[in-house]
Design a protein around this ligand. Structure first.
Ligand SMILES: Nc1nc2c(c(=O)[nH]1)N[C@H]1C(S)=C(S)[C@@H](COP(=O)(O)OP(=O)(O)OC[C@H]3O[C@@H](n4cnc5c(=O)[nH]c(N)nc54)[C@H](O)[C@@H]3O)O[C@H]1N2
Ligand SMILES: Nc1nc2c(c(=O)[nH]1)N[C@H]1C(S)=C(S)[C@@H](COP(=O)(O)OP(=O)(O)OC[C@H]3O[C@@H](n4cnc5c(=O)[nH]c(N)nc54)[C@H](O)[C@@H]3O)O[C@H]1N2
Ligand code: SF4
Ligand SMILES: [Mo]
Length: 590
């Protein structure tokens, strides 16, 4: 028996039934602080019963109540029912299958753009797919560039593969990974595309090209428009360092690992797209890694039932707060996500629910802030309590998860099928055996569900490999960041080793809302164009002037308000990803 950690994490560790990490590559027999705490966490802060308006209720009665609530709204306007979900659990049945129900009832969905979609779209525009190097190829490289990817914390199993290799980190601050690297390049937030163009300019103009790229002439002409002086001035990276990085690419042929966080920044998609071309220019095939989730061929669309039904409306996550505020949504159904804290404008959801403008239904194993706010709460099982099939966005194993703990609550599949029954829906999408749906969805990877049940973990063959010769088009169209005024910083976020997003506070406690800055100390107000929050400022010598960083696991301010109340509704140009990193905030001392 095996079980994979289904957390939103690159590594997707696989454990035996005693919850010891397997000694297979690339899990390599070790886990992180969260993996070590999961069995303890499973007993804490759990939702053990259903609730309606704060009163404990029977689960079946609550499902009937939720169905009535949905029915009333569906009669009026299905587009005003919004389901929102993200990657709290990366199981095929837990995360993707429930979508069938919401497609059948024609509800609205979000664009699920919060995390990685900007880079998926940008890389695909050049390579035809976002899939990059396979984990098995990582050890062949003797050097790596961690570009906006503080992997020592956000992807520990990736990081250790490079422990004894030459590492370059490119970040806006001296992160843990940057400190542990052989070379750290500190860049101004939102300007990585300018640095990448500088590297390409040197590679092309100094005759360091060794690989083939389509439309190279257009790229050469484009970079000739910029002087290194200009690119250095905008990015804050010295001309020497731009040249150094270009020569490093030429001489050491590093693997380029691009962090998701870049896609959530100004010029994010352009930056990721341009960076992904650099390895090809120096003759590397598949010399980058971003996320391989879409390369295995798992048919997520089939699981979601898109061959038969679809949402009435797609709402950008960047504008989540706006839609709620403007009365566009009357019922919100949440699973696998804690949007009160993690989506831009989560505070607007709090107001709307408190004022009775929005009815909120939440299915979660834990008392998240969103569950605490909800009108209707239904307990969910954790990944330690249910069967599922799990994939990774890094390694190539499909895993058949089996329960190792007694179940509390009901599964996502049971819940949506019960809701469908209550609503009198007899759609083939909900009548199909869910395991049959999983089987069909994984077939393109060359694995069947019966094989997986027998062998528990199976390595997939990549189905969508990137083009050998990427296209230099589309060319980027970057903008310079708005200059800072006095007492302003660019605000960025980063992962914390003890938490996954807002999870694990029941084990490791609540993390204080602290903005790490070069110059500020004490309680301060952070003010953006969109709102204000109160946090504690701490001087941190690893943060340059003009930058402030907050761990993305401390998203509640000192007055209990979501920090994301100050995130402006700005969408990325490739996939609409919210601009979370690099927003300008004024620091007001109190
Ligand atoms: N300001 C700011 N905001 C950010 C970010 C940032 O960097 N800065 N990062 C963004 C990113 S990258 C992401 S991915 C999002 C993450 O946003 P979320 O997905 O909202 O993050 P989590 O805190 O992991 O919340 C997942 C929820 O799923 C629940 N859950 C876990 N397992 C299960 C299960 O089996 N079934 C069900 N039904 N629920 C389950 C958990 O209890 C938890 O409440 O946050 C985004 N928000
Ligand atoms: N321990 C732990 N691991 C996690 C998570 C977690 O919560 N905890 N979350 C998971 C999730 S949901 C995700 S999406 C990934 C995210 O993993 P990563 O993509 O590695 O991103 P973050 O950890 O958010 O860190 C973002 C880094 O980018 C830097 N940065 C911000 N703006 C810029 C910029 O404009 N240019 C450059 N070069 N750097 C910039 C920040 O200083 C920070 O160091 O990690 C996953 N892994
Ligand atoms: S959170 Fe990531 S590193 Fe930690 S146990 Fe889960 S998959 Fe492994
Ligand atoms: Mo994420």
């Amino acid at each position: 028996m095996v079980i994979a950690c289904t957390r939103d994490c690159y590594d997707t560790c696989i454990f035996n039934e005693k919850y010891e990490p397997l000694k297979v590559f690339p899990i390599n027999g070790f886990t992180c602080a969260r993996g070590r705490a999961d069995l303890i966490r499973n007993e804490r802060n759990r939702i053990t019963s259903a609730y309606v308006d704060g009163r404990e209720t029977d689960v079946n009665d609550t499902i009937k109540y939720a169905a009535r609530l949905l029915k009333e709204e569906l009669k009026k306007n299905p587009a005003k029912v919004l389901r929102t979900d993200y990657d709290g659990n990366q199981g095929l049945l837990t995360w993707h299958y429930p979508d069938r129900f919401f497609n059948v009832i024609n509800a609205s969905q979000t664009d699920r753009s919060i995390c990685s979609s900007e880079g998926h779209s940008a890389i695909s525009a050049h390579y035809g797919t976002s899939m990059g190097a396979l984990p098995e190829e990582f050890p062949k490289y003797n050097a790596a560039v961690f570009w906006a990817f503080p992997a020592s914390i956000s992807a520990p199993h990736i990081w250790v593969l490079f422990v004894r290799k030459f590492k370059v980190s490119i970040d806006v601050r001296l992160s843990d990974a940057a400190k542990k690297s052989d070379k750290a390049i500190i860049i101004r937030p939102g300007t990585d595309v300018f640095l990448a163009l500088g590297v390409i300019k040197v590679i092309i103009e100094d005759g360091l090209i060794e690989g083939k790229v389509k439309h190279l002439e257009e790229l050469a002409k484009y970079v000739s428009n910029f002087s290194l002086e200009y690119l250095s001035k905008v990015s804050g990276v010295s001309i020497n360092d731009i040249r150094w990085l270009a020569e490093f690419y030429h001489e050491r042929k590093p693997l380029t690992l691009i962090g998701f966080a870049l896609g959530r920044s100004l010029n994010g998609g352009d930056a990721i797209g341009v960076i992904s071309i650099i390895p090809a220019l120096v003759g590397l095939r598949r010399g980058y890694y971003y996320s391989n989730s879409l390369g295995w061929g798992i048919d997520f669309d089939y699981l979601r039932g898109l061959h038969m039904a679809k949402s009435s409306r797609v709402i950008p996550m960047a504008e989540f707060g706006e839609y709620i505020e403007h009365g566009e949504i009357n019922v919100v159904y949440v699973w696998n996500e804690n949007p009160v804290l993690t989506l831009p404008g989560g505070d607007r959801l709090i107001e709307a629910v408190r004022e009775g403008r929005v009815r909120l239904i939440v299915h979660d194993p834990y008392w998240s802030e969103t569950a605490k706010l909800a009108d209707v709460v239904i307990p969910a099982q954790t990944f330690l309590e249910k069967y599922d099939v799990v994939y990774s966005y890094w390694h190539d194993y499909l895993v058949y998860n089996e329960p190792i703990r007694p179940a509390i609550g009901i599964t996502e599949v049971e819940l949506v099928r019960s809701l469908a029954k209550e609503l009198g829906i007899n759609h083939p999408l909900l009548l199909e055996d869910p395991w049959n749906a999983v089987d069909k969805a994984i077939r393109p990877t060359g694995v069947t569900i019966s094989e997986l049940r027998e062998r528990k973990i199976i390595k997939m063959r990549p189905r969508y490999l990137p083009a050998d010769e990427p296209d230099a088009l589309p060319l980027p169209n970057p903008v310079e960041p708005e200059p800072l005024n006095r007492d302003e910083v660019y605000l960025v976020f980063a992962s914390h080793p003890l938490y996954t997003n807002t999870q694990f506070r029941e084990v490791y406690g609540t993390l204080e809302p602290i903005i790490h800055t070069h110059d500020y100390e004490g309680v301060v107000i952070l003010e953006s164009k969109y709102g204000k929050v109160k946090v504690k400022a701490v001087k941190d010598p690893n943060v340059p002037p003009g930058v402030g960083f907050i761990y993305k696991s401390s998203l509640i301010d000192l007055d209990g308000k979501p920090i994301n109340s100050i995130i402006e509704p700005i969408k990325g140009k490739y996939a609409g990803t919210p601009k979370l990193n690099g927003i300008k905030v004024r620091i007001i001392k109190t």
